[in-house]
Write a protein that binds this ligand. Structure first.
Ligand code: SAH
Length: 201
């Protein structure tokens, strides 16, 4: 494993993630929204998350192919450890697999933000039986993989900071929205599941 290979793994992972989302985006466009938690706050949170998980690492990777003078965040580089990067490959693969499963399970109930659709169904099966926010578990795995793959304190940890900001600001709001829409059914689901880590959190 080399730093270049680790960066290529990150790029391939990002492309696979994008492809997994294509059918979900298409399906979601067709299903009308009846209740939404979208607003300025949500937009800002999504921008912060996208910056941390995507823009900063991609800018960092792009600049690695420039001469040393132009390397973005060069001051925060640390020595590359192949074993950590290998672990990053495994974690990234697990993240993408979980992304695939969550999109498959959510179907037309998926949203990039917080939306309750006409004929929205509460999903509690498949990976949604293990935790109630498995897609956020997948994003956490992405953020951890990013830290393991990119030997740079800022580009590596930007995902944890960026997605962490979105996660902790959104998850309570999302659960309130789901309680408004599904009442006791969602409250019972909350009692029997953890948020992102089975049995722990
Ligand atoms: N937090 C979930 C879903 C993220 S997508 C996860 O991490 O897997 C966000 C959209 O999914 C929101 O519009 C929300 O209303 C919807 N949603 C969240 N949990 C759901 C569930 N169990 N069943 C159906 N829709 C759900």
């Amino acid at each position: 494993m080399t730093p270049t290979l680790a960066m290529i793994v990150f790029l391939i992972g990002a492309v696979i993630w994008f492809v997994i989302r294509i059918p979900a985006r298409r399906r979601a466009r067709k299903a009308a929204v009846k209740l939404s938690g979208r607003g300025l706050r949500e937009k800002v949170l999504m921008a912060i998350s996208l910056t941390g998980l995507g823009i900063i690492p991609l800018a960092y990777i792009a600049s690695q192919f420039q001469s040393a003078r132009f390397r973005f965040l060069g001051f925060a580089d640390y020595p590359f450890v192949p074993a950590l990067a290998w672990l990053g490959v495994l974690v990234f693969a697990a993240s993408l697999w979980l992304f695939y499963l969550t999109h498959k399970a959510l179907g037309r109930n998926w949203s990039v933000s917080l939306d309750i659709r006409e004929s929205h169904k509460l999903i509690t099966g498949g990976v949604y039986a293990l935790v109630r926010h498995p897609m956020y578990s997948a994003f956490w795995l992405w953020a951890i993989a990013q830290a393991l793959l990119l030997p740079n304190w800022v580009a590596g940890l930007a995902g944890i900071v960026g997605f962490g900001t979105l996660f902790f600001s959104r998850v309570g709001e999302e659960e309130r929205l789901m309680c408004d829409a599904f009442g006791d059914e969602y409250r019972a689901y909350m009692r029997r599941t953890s948020r992102v880590l089975p049995g722990l959190y």
